[in-house]
Design a protein around this ligand. Structure first.
Ligand code: ADP
Ligand code: MG
Length: 500
């Protein structure tokens, strides 16, 4: 009987494979040719929207039937159509919060097995073994929402493992984690592969963490590479071959190549200007009565980026939302300057959502929590419409942002169907549409390819420095990404780890 430790590793073949979602004219993936042998450990790279997630979903057998899209060419798992061998591939995705489906750890890990119809008496030994293998020694009845991001990702990995997959598919599994959480997940994957010998395909932009574990790199190009009849696979080989000999070329296409950092914007044009927000003895709480961070005494100034760093659980996002006027301070106060409040009173938490729009803009960590409208264009119109701007002005702002954030070709698409990088660009654009003077960005660059990273950093720098008629803004950036703070010459506020 198969146990989590002994699946046979799976083989993958693709011949001219492609997929077009029914709602789109352009192919999401096209012209993919691949042979992955059992037990190989592959890192799959490619720019935002190049079809990496689409390929992984197809291999996991979860891409819909004919009514949901059109496929081209051939894709096989052990010689069979992937959807006919569901369970042979186990998929772990990016967002830790979106993946824990059930309330308790044990039930969550058992969920996939139950769906596959694994006999009851076999499920629980598998669940315990999988949890043990990923190093998650918590009781089976522990609530899933009490786990850290790194623990949630290891929980998702355990859920995939309990189904004894021969192919492990990891779609940016550490993009939302702090460095320690990322290493804990990487180490868990390493233990799993050493024990099971499963084939691995992992997608991740920041590749340093994964290099010790993988033996091959495959790079997907853009639609343009495949549309002329060429292959969408633009590089394929050992890490040394791919990064060593073609590193500069791939970096130019937006791949993060270790040792080749993306270009940085120019430093600030002038010393920081006016203080727009002042925090005095500020303590913050996610739920009333239990402060998670503070007291903080700090100023937020026009023409400056204030970086907030600290380990997972230190209260960074809570502090960000409190500074943004979305959560009431647990203690102390936040005062807005006269020029920022412009008659709305000193305490941002008392401002209406419409008053906030032009004063403080927020981009939340998880884009999915912020997408409201049925198309990209309408998403960008939400703020300007709430401000009752004239139609001509709304159209001008939206068109400019569609161009600037490379979203014009997606104007009519449903925001929830965008790739991870496209969603991040959209939430930033939607925030910019009302031209707030203070912007609070929670992990603005995480999980981005190097090209989008450089574009987002440029946009933040232009907010900081002002542009055209727009005055300099104050930027608060919460991030695990030390590069982004260096690139923006940020002043850094480090929150200590949680003491509780
Ligand atoms: P990657 O993972 O490489 O960033 P994806 O595979 O997520 O790219 O997306 C490839 C293209 O397919 C993108 O243009 C994206 O907007 C589109 N796409 C992804 N998922 C859907 C969906 N469910 N419906 C329609 N289009 C989609
Ligand atoms: Mg993706």
């Amino acid at each position: 009987m198969a146990s989590p430790a002994s699946p046979a590793p799976a083989a993958v073949t693709a011949r001219g494979w492609g997929w077009r979602y029914a709602t789109r004219l352009k192919w999401a993936a096209r012209g993919i040719d691949l042979d992955i042998a059992p037990g190989e450990r592959v890192l799959l790279l490619g720019g935002s929207g190049s079809g990496k997630s689409t390929l992984l979903h197809a291999l996991a057998g979860v891409l819909g039937g004919d009514e949901e899209g059109e496929h081209a060419g051939d894709l096989r798992l052990d010689g069979a159509a992937p959807h006919s061998v569901r369970g042979r591939a186990g998929l772990v995705q990016q967002d830790p919060d979106a993946q824990a489906v059930l309330a308790r750890v044990g039930d969550d890990v058992a969920f996939g097995c139950e769906n596959l119809g694994v006999p009851r008496e076999e499920i629980w030994p598998r669940v315990r073994e999988a949890l043990d293998l990923v190093g998650l020694g918590v009781p089976l009845d522990r609530p899933t929402n009490a786990l850290s991001g790194g623990q949630k990702q290891r929980l998702a990995l355990a859920g995939a493992l309990a189904m004894t997959p021969g192919l492990l598919l990891l779609d940016e599994p550490t993009a939302n984690l702090d460095p320690e959480g990322a290493r804990s997940v990487r180490d868990a994957v390493g233990r799993v592969l050493d024990r099971t010998g499963a084939t691995l395909v992992v997608v991740e932009h920041r590749i340093d963490v994964w290099l010790p574990l993988i033996d091959r790199i495959i790079v997907l190009g853009s639609g343009a590479d495949a549309s002329s009849g060429g292959s969408a696979v633009i590089a394929d080989g050992t890490p040394n071959e791919v990064l060593g000999t073609r590193g500069a070329e791939l970096a130019a296409r937006g791949v993060w190549v270790p040792g080749i950092p993306p270009r940085h914007p120019a430093p600030p044009v002038a010393a920081p200007g006016e203080t727009l927000l002042t925090a005095r003895g500020l303590e913050v709480a996610r739920v009333k009565g239990t402060p998670v961070a503070g007291p903080v005494d700090e100023v937020v100034r026009a023409g400056e980026v204030l970086g907030i760093i600290g380990p997972n659980g230190a209260g960074k996002s809570t502090l960000g939302r409190t500074l943004a006027g979305l959560l009431p301070p647990a203690a102390g106060a936040i005062d807005a300057s006269e020029s920022l409040s412009a008659g709305a009173g000193p305490a941002p938490i008392r401002w209406t959502s419409r008053q906030l729009l032009t004063r403080i803009g927020t981009v939340l960590q998880s884009p999915d929590h912020q997408l409201l409208a049925s198309s990209v264009r309408r998403e960008l119109e939400v703020g300007p419409r709430a401000l009752k701007l004239p139609e001509g002005e709304i159209a001008a702002r939206v068109d400019e942002l569609l161009e600037r954030l490379r979203l014009a070709h997606l104007a009519e698409a449903n925001p929830h169907t965008l790739s991870g990088g496209e969603k991040r660009r959209l939430t930033v654009a939607a925030m910019l549409a009302t031209r707030p003077r203070v912007v609070v960005l929670d992990e603005p660059t995480f999980g981005q390819d190097a090209r989008t990273w450089a574009e987002l950093v440029d946009i933040i720098a232009s907010l900081r420095d002002g542009r055209g008629d727009d005055p300099r803004s104050a930027v608060v950036a919460i991030t695990h990404d030390a590069d982004v703070l260096a690139a923006l010459h940020a002043r850094v506020l480090a929150l200590p780890g949680a003491t509780a």
